[in-house]
Design a protein around this ligand. Structure first.
Ligand code: FAD
Length: 480
């Protein structure tokens, strides 16, 4: 019977929700994809071949049970599909929108040998959006309250996934975040055209409704040190992400008009959320009417160029030292950016900045890609005498992020870090070298993906639960 509904990939082509035309979507920050109709979602889900070894699931960091929820969708059993989907993923509506599916589930879909993959991300989004509309998404309602409390530092996807899992088990959960809104990079990094902000805010509201205490504007290192929070709670999770922007250190890099990517994206997101941002209002962080050059080739750079287009920049160029084939960012995003009018200057690296007080141009050189090194990537080298100049009144640096100095910031010099500055944990328990202090997400992995942060948050919650229960059992045994 499964076969009657499924395996339609032979007859039905891959379909995606309609994508808004570039000259329509480049003026606002709304998502660029429309919604599947119920019929489209059913038909697309029915293309799944229900293969014996589902590589989509294997290659999903959350091991989402994709073949099962596709089949349930094809059968019209949407509430069941939602139940299966949310069983392994705390925020499926987020992953459905911003996972690089082409590299994870869809990129490993078995029918890709000759056919195009199932539109897994779009179906996931459809299932969860429907669940929200229908009221199937419920706040945590633990069957019993537990006396122990957990303090979570950092309210990004990692911290919030852990908070949800722990609260559902009945713990008293407190999330501390230095920003004025929860969500981490979901709210202030990733732009609305990839992930609309009400999608994040309705999740945050649901977490609060389930009894999680959310402490905004609470910076560990300023409002409390790690030791105080360890005193207060039975366990701590550090999920603070990575925020130290990599620098260029080139001549002229102190000129006005050269800004870090995250300052730029955060300002744009805040403006979208209705906040007043002085550095945006006075023009420093607004691309309107400017010649913009973004330096870098990752997801952050793609988000910057596309934001600049939407702010009404005069021209937007992306300077990257490798070529299209060697970009770290998602190719889907490069294509979206090109459609929206971004010009990519491949194989070019900045040499310095020209201007008096304010930047006027980026000086750059052409790059030759040599042989791959031990890491397998072709090494860039500068071509002598190839210097050229690009006019720029706004330069955005998107060269990646490193961890801040967490031990010093938290007043906990004994907290162990790796040579990259990420927190050192026992990968079986996710506990740091400090008893009862766990860590998850980018602060452990370095800059990674939302889906990995969710995975870590869920794993850390399991481990914290085991740790607290073992301790409680030990105390009870000692009292006997
Ligand atoms: P974060 O999301 O960074 O959250 C950490 C939180 O900790 C923040 O809210 C911060 O305010 C808080 N914090 C930090 N220090 C303190 C302190 N001392 N006290 C209190 N709170 C503190 N991934 C994808 O999968 N798809 C994408 O399309 C994608 N696009 C991206 C675009 C951009 C511009 C960037 C920068 C990243 C993108 N990523 C994307 C990566 C993804 O956002 C991260 O991997 C993910 O958010 C990491 O989650 P996290 O919970 O570890 O940290």
């Amino acid at each position: 019977a499964a076969k009657a509904v499924m395996q339609r990939f032979v007859a039905v082509a891959k379909g995606m929700p309609t994508k808004r035309k570039a000259d329509d979507r480049n003026k606002d920050f709304d998502e660029i994809y429309g919604d599947f109709s119920t019929g489209e979602a059913k038909t697309q889900a029915s293309r799944c071949s229900q293969c014996g070894v589902p590589f989509c699931q294997v290659h999903c960091p959350l091991h989402n049970n994709i073949p099962d929820w596709l089949k349930l969708t094809a059968e019209g059993r949407l509430e069941d599909a939602y139940e299966v989907s949310q069983a392994t993923n705390t925020f499926p509506e987020v992953c459905g929108r911003i996972c690089p599916q082409d590299r994870l589930c869809e990129g490993n879909c078995v029918i890709e040998k000759g056919f195009e993959s199932v539109s897994i991300g779009a179906v996931e989004r459809y299932i969860t959006d429907t669940a929200w509309e229908e009221g199937w998404v419920k706040p945590a309602a633990p069957v019993r309250e537990r006396p122990q409390s957990v303090g979570i530092i950092g309210g990004g996807p990692g911290g919030l996934a852990a908070a949800d899992a722990l609260r559902r088990r009945g713990y008293q959960v407190h999330v501390y975040d230095r920003y004025d809104r929860m969500g981490g990079l979901l709210i202030y990094g990733i732009p609305g055209f990839k992930l609309e902000k009400d999608v994040v805010e309705r999740r945050t509201a649901l977490l609060a409704q389930g009894g999680i205490h959310l402490h905004n504007n609470f910076e560990v290192g300023r409002d409390a040190m790690l030791a105080e929070l360890r005193e207060k709670h039975d366990a701590i999770l550090i999920s603070t992400g990575v925020y130290k922007a990599r620098e260029l250190e080139l001549a002229g890099d102190k000129l006005d008009g050269i800004v870090p990517a995250l300052d730029y994206l955060t300002a744009s997101n805040k403006v979208g959320l209705g906040d007043s941002v002085p550095a945006f209002n006075e023009g420093t962080l607004d691309a309107k009417g400017k010649d913009v050059v973004v330096i870098g080739g990752g997801d952050t750079a793609m988000d910057c160029v596309r934001t600049a287009v939407r702010q009404g920049a005069k021209s937007v160029k992306c300077l990257y030292r490798r070529n299209r084939a060697n970009m770290p960012g998602s190719l889907r995003e490069v294509q979206n950016a090109e459609e929206e009018g971004v010009e990519f200057v491949w194989l070019a690296a900045p040499e310095g900045f020209a201007g008096v007080g304010k930047v006027k141009a980026v000086r750059a050189s052409r790059i030759h890609l040599g042989l791959p090194d031990a890491s397998g990537r072709q090494q860039p080298s500068k071509i002598d005498g190839s210097e050229f100049s690009l006019p720029a009144d706004l330069v955005i640096k998107a060269l990646g992020f490193d961890p801040e100095d967490t031990p010093t910031m938290f007043g906990a010099p004994g907290l162990a870090v790796t040579r990259w500055g990420t927190l050192r944990v026992d990968h079986k328990t996710m506990m740091s070298n400090l008893e009862g202090v766990f860590a998850a997400g980018d602060i452990v992995r370095g800059a990674s993906l939302v889906v990995w942060a969710i995975r870590d948050g869920r794993d850390a919650a399991d481990s914290i639960h085991r740790y607290i229960q073992a301790k409680a059992a030990g105390v009870a045994a000692a009292a006997e």
